[in-house]
Ligand binder design. Sequence first.
Ligand code: DOR
Ligand code: ZN
Length: 347
Amino acid sequence: MSTEITLTRPDDWHLHLRDRAMLQAVLPETARHFARAIIMPNLVPPVVKGADAAAYRERILKAIPEGMDFDPLMTLYLTEDTDAADVAAAHASGLVKAVKLYPAGATTNSHSGVRDFDKVRPVLEKMAEIGLPLCVHGEVTDPAVDIFDREAVFIDRVLDPVRRATPGLRVVMEHITTANGVDYVKSNATDLGATITTHHLIINRNHILVGGIKPHYYCLPVAKREAHRLALRAAAASGDVRFFLGTDSAPHTDENKESACGCAGCFTATNTMSILAHVFEEENALGRLEAFTSLNGPTFYRLPANGSKITLRKRENAIEYPKKIISGEGPVTVFDPGFPLFWSVVA
Ligand code: DOR
Ligand code: ZN
């Protein structure tokens, strides 16, 4: 059994870095292992225009610790007022690598998102023309739809119609949580990929709710039943080029998570690579970890894979990692997979 693996340096194709004190605290946790990340635009206020993304990128670059290299790949937050020409210019300049669609009300800071998809038609058509990917938070917000069904219903009611109406639109289904998501991606040969988070490979809905409510396992889309988790693991470990890592590492302070109305998000940046090596070893797929973390994402985004490498080593004894990251806004709990980890990044 191999106890050391070397991979092309990974990228995170879905990451929340926030701003100010939180940005300062969480950025090193990602930059330590990852070369690039697709940066989510759901700040308050959101990153809507090219100029907003340019300013946010500068704030991120300033927060990178000495001696670390990190390239933030910026996104724009799609609103019903988004200007197609502004999007095209931000893409042409090389600044923006994707546009993010939040159905209004679906998740954290999504109230400026889209209610009426007809209003964003011109932007989607421009994106199809220029090859700019749309990253989709794929959940309907209809209060009549059960929260555990919202991804599957979104595929039928929104995603498939939008894709059919906009030929050539390149779409990433973000953080898929269901076998329905896996099957939909597999049934499309081109223009469709999906990110899978670290935590959705580990937890199902029982982990959140059985034996007491676990706010640090609550995220959106919420983890589903076990059969769905197994489908995600199979997709991630398959090597299929359409599936790649997007951690959705989403820091909230403990105060905001451990609350009567707790925020959605799991903070996994710190131990993601250790967890993924563990999962892929369990799946007898360590040889396909690199495809998931380092190769498939660049292929979808039409970017070169990173030139540098990282090495992970499996130790005899469980590794230690911080239980919390201390930010200027308060402590942030690091995702607890619920079992000991033995793999760590050593170089
Ligand atoms: O769990 C989540 N947290 N899901 C999202 O879609 C947003 C994110 C956040 O920003 O906290
Ligand atoms: Zn997210």
